[in-house]
Write a protein that binds this ligand. Structure first.
Ligand SMILES: C[S@@+](CC[C@H](N)C(=O)[O-])C[C@H]1O[C@@H](n2cnc3c(N)ncnc32)[C@H](O)[C@@H]1O
Length: 200
């Protein structure tokens, strides 16, 4: 399917709330413009892994940092019922006629500080690629659960943080669980704050 064709098909299915059909459009992760909408196309098993972790670790929802157009976030919410908030920078671009369609309301971060993140929500970084900003978010986040989605050890794609070697900038976090995204070589890794694990 051509790039614009894919975008239009996704939009049509979005309006019909058919998230399963959207995931089927890129079941084999061949890039036909799909990465412009979403870097990682999960399956239902991945979505329910995320839901189980959020529930097990007593979070009330997910704040997704660098959510792009918010397609993953919309799908997670539709599939699991979890509240998902999306955060982005560059409001001018996202509100311009050149940007991708937006699938959720975007919250624009002007200043990374304590108020910008709800400590009762897990935070999620999917193919984020700014280590300094990641570390600032971590420093200002008072909650206990961080999801990192990105390439596994064998995968050449660039991202920062990486799921299995994130640099938390001196803060201590422990790997709690992980799951591969289908069989793509991308992973969802979950970290919990060191020593807070027993309080969760
Ligand atoms: C590679 S894209 C990934 C988008 C989306 N998560 C996905 O998986 O399709 C990285 C996104 O992070 C956003 N970003 C970069 N720096 C950011 C910051 N400091 N705070 C929030 N978002 C940021 C960029 O605008 C971009 O949309």
């Amino acid at each position: 399917m051509e790039e614009n064709g894919l975008k239009d098909t996704v939009l049509g299915l979005y309006h019909l709330k058919k998230w399963r059909e959207i995931l089927k459009l890129n079941e084999n992760s061949s890039d036909n413009g799909a990465l412009k909408l979403l870097w990682v196309w999960p399956d239902e098993k991945n979505l329910f892994f995320i839901k189980r972790i959020v529930n097990d670790l007593a979070c009330e929802g997910i704040s997704s940092i660098g959510c792009g157009c918010g397609l993953l976030e919309w799908i997670i919410n539709e599939a699991t019922g979890l509240p998902v908030l999306g955060y982005e920078v560059n409001q001018e671009w996202w509100e311009s006629k050149y940007s991708n369609p937006k699938f959720i309301k975007l919250n624009y971060v002007l200043n990374i500080n304590e108020e910008c993140l709800d400590s009762k929500y897990a935070i999620l970084f999917c193919y984020f690629n700014d280590r300094d900003a990641f570390q600032k978010y971590i420093k200002n986040y008072r909650g206990n659960v961080v999801f990192i989605i990105g390439p596994g050890k064998e995968n050449w794609k660039h991202t920062d943080p990486k799921p299995f070697s994130p640099d938390f900038g001196g803060c201590e976090w422990d790997l709690y669980s992980y799951q591969e995204v289908k069989n793509t070589g991308d992973y969802i890794a979950v970290y919990v704050r060191h020593n807070n694990y027993l309080n969760i």
